[in-house]
Write a protein that binds this ligand. Structure first.
Ligand code: ATP
Ligand code: MG
Length: 362
């Protein structure tokens, strides 16, 4: 069995540095490692519509934004297949059959869905499509027989749900689907990068993001406005690191070599942290350092984006070809699934033979 990656993003906005450290950066590394036989990167527009049904224009416009972000970060269409979810009807069919293997109460227990329902004030009127999106995610993952799903921590319950569906399907209908493994970032700060406002998660829906496509000035402005320790008022005051977003971002992005380049007074992050805790180190100095670190990471991404923005027809071709290829793969899996469920009446002579025998025996 090959090693296959499936992962993706909802086209509900441009991608941000949370996506980058939580999933995108890793994807590019895995792509270039040569360890994988196939890599599928999905723009999950159908899933985006589950909570944006009244705003299809937003989803439509953000498909190109996400594709540009992918290519800017170094996803290479020669090595990774980029696809658009809604153009692969096989995924809907798979979801429909998987729905029979999941209970309503199981979906209600999904902690990510629970908190997302709260965030969107859906409590009294949850769209059925949104409520069942963990099932459609299982369809996405299994359609490509993915073995590895590199995502952020918020996706853990989705992977659990997928595994349960795979086990149940294979138990009821015979070995057909592949059980995937989640691949989380190994750096704790990247599991769930907080927003610049200090809120638990940087998220397009919360408007607390630093976007990959923002200009140098925009990024700097956001970094300088970031949430730190509200009790650290004078430079001499001792500062807190817990919940201090600037330090969480440094944990996510900073390497030792950055001190050599941008902050020679310190040799490593631990030294900087110790000084901040002791008192005598101002927020502005730390923010300026973070800005330098971030700009270094974002600059090549911006440069590649400029290039791709001049070739939108080229990006269109990449999406179209990728989606066509992905559809072929999903169609194979769907055929396997329908054969396992014995609902492939016209694919072989078996069903007709059975029926003929049954009626001729009368
Ligand atoms: P939305 O608010 O529309 O759900 P989002 O910002 O949560 O958007 P998704 O498209 O749902 O983004 O998530 C795409 C991928 O990025 C997932 O693998 C998710 O785990 C990861 N991710 C999203 N936000 C973060 C974050 N703040 N830190 C780490 N990983 C993240
Ligand atoms: Mg999300």
């Amino acid at each position: 069995m090959g090693k296959i990656i499936l992962t993706g993003d909802r086209p509900t906005g441009k991608l941000h540095v949370g996506h980058y450290v939580g999933s995108l950066k890793r994807r590019v590394e895995l792509q270039n490692s040569g360890d994988f036989d196939d890599i599928f990167i999905m723009i999950a527009d159908a899933q985006a519509l589950t909570d944006n049904a009244d705003n299809p224009e937003k989803v439509r416009q953000n498909i190109m934004e996400v594709a540009l972000d992918y290519l800017s970060c170094g996803l290479d269409p020669e090595k990774s297949t980029i696809l658009i979810q809604s153009q692969i009807p096989e995924l809907c069919e798979l979801s429909f059959y998987y729905m029979n293997l999941v209970t309503v109460s199981r979906l209600q227990r999904n902690p990510t869905v629970k908190s997302e329902i709260q965030m969107r004030n859906f409590e009294a009127s949850i769209p059925v499509g949104f409520f069942t999106y963990p099932i459609s995610q299982a369809a996405d993952i299994t359609a490509f027989k993915a073995t590895t799903v590199p995502v952020g921590e918020d996706q853990m319950p989705m992977l659990e749900q997928t595994k349960e569906i795979v086990r149940k399907f294979n138990y009821v209908y015979g070995d057909t689907l592949v059980e995937p493994e989640i691949l989380l970032p190994d750096n704790a700060a990247c599991l769930r990068l907080p927003g610049i406002d200090g809120k638990a998660k940087m998220s397009k829906s919360l408007g607390n993001c630093i976007y990959l496509s923002e200009t140098e000035e925009e990024v700097k402005k956001k970094v300088m406005s970031m949430f730190t320790d509200p009790d650290h008022i004078r430079v001499d005051d001792p500062g807190k690191l817990e919940g201090n977003t600037v330090f969480t971002y440094l944990d996510a992005f900073c390497k030792e070599e950055h001190f050599e380049r941008y902050l020679k007074d310190y040799s490593c992050l631990d030294e900087l942290k110790a000084h901040y805790k002791r008192g005598g180190l101002g927020d502005v100095k730390v923010k300026r350092f973070l800005n330098a670190v971030l700009q270094e990471e974002l600059e090549p991404i911006r440069a590649r984006r400029k290039k791709w923005e001049k070739d939108i027809s080229g990006v269109y071709e990449i999406l179209k070809k990728g989606t066509e290829r992905a559809r072929e793969v999903a169609a194979y899996t769907l055929a396997d699934v329908k054969a396992a469920m014995k609902i492939n009446y016209f694919d072989t002579a078996e069903w007709l033979d059975e029926q003929v025998k049954k009626y001729s025996a009368k």
